[in-house]
Design a protein around this ligand. Structure first.
Ligand code: ADP
Length: 194
């Protein structure tokens, strides 16, 4: 099973992707998590990505394409994977398609979680409050200014992917405002048909 999740920051992609890893025994590939790991480890990529990530911008297509193309070749991806946060631009989607084609892999589903922006801002505020209450570290891009920039980047660069995948006949749009369990059930229904 090879799945892509689309949706703005805070739409619930990560939560739903994690649930599917248990159900299907395939890994969740979050480019955000991979980039944050690179920043923490202080690798060259991490050093190049940190500033733009903190400001809520997008890391260059070349960097993320490279990371994902290597990652999906690893053994734990042999049965499939769930992409969360990638592709985020049309050129990334094209690069992924070429990459998968070269390895004879096909996408089973592209699922977009639709949510309204007001709700997103509240969700992010809650996520920050919960993290602080649990004694955790708040992500350096979870501040109002960077969050607004992430939403703008989404609207300008990522939202066009809906049309791209709709054109490929692969897009399924679900209501991300529904209860988390309801969204999970809808996703299962989509995947059973895929
Ligand atoms: P969110 O979905 O909450 O915005 P992510 O964890 O998916 O957060 O991503 C955090 C940041 O990592 C993004 O704002 C961006 O800077 C960078 N990033 C993640 N995935 C990509 C990608 N596919 N292309 C470019 N930048 C990315």
């Amino acid at each position: 099973m090879r799945i892509i999740f689309l949706g703005p920051p805070g739409a619930g992609k990560g939560t739903q992707a994690k649930r599917l890893t248990d159900k299907y025994g395939i890994p969740q590939l979050s480019t955000g998590d991979m980039l944050r790991a690179a920043v923490t480890a202080g690798t060259d990529i991490g050093k190049r990505a940190k500033e733009v990530m903190d400001a809520g911008g997008l890391v260059s297509d070349d960097i993320v394409n490279q990371i994902v193309s290597e990652r999906i070749q690893e053994a734990d991806c042999s049965k499939g994977f769930i992409l969360d946060g990638y592709p985020r631009t049309v050129p990334q989607a094209r690069a992924l398609a070429e990459n998968m084609k070269a390895s004879n892999l096909v996408l089973d589903a592209v699922i977009e979680l639709k949510v309204d922006e007001e709700a997103l801002i509240r969700r992010i505020e809650n996520r920050v409050a919960e993290t602080i209450a649990a004694g955790g570290t708040v992500r350096s891009d979870d501040n109002p200014e960077s969050f607004r920039k992430r939403l703008t980047e989404y609207r300008e660069k990522t939202a066009p992917l809906s049309e791209y995948y709709a054109g490929e006949g692969q897009l399924v749009v679900l209501d991300g405002m529904a209860e988390m369990d309801t969204v999970s059930e809808e996703i299962s229904r989509v995947l059973e048909k895929a």
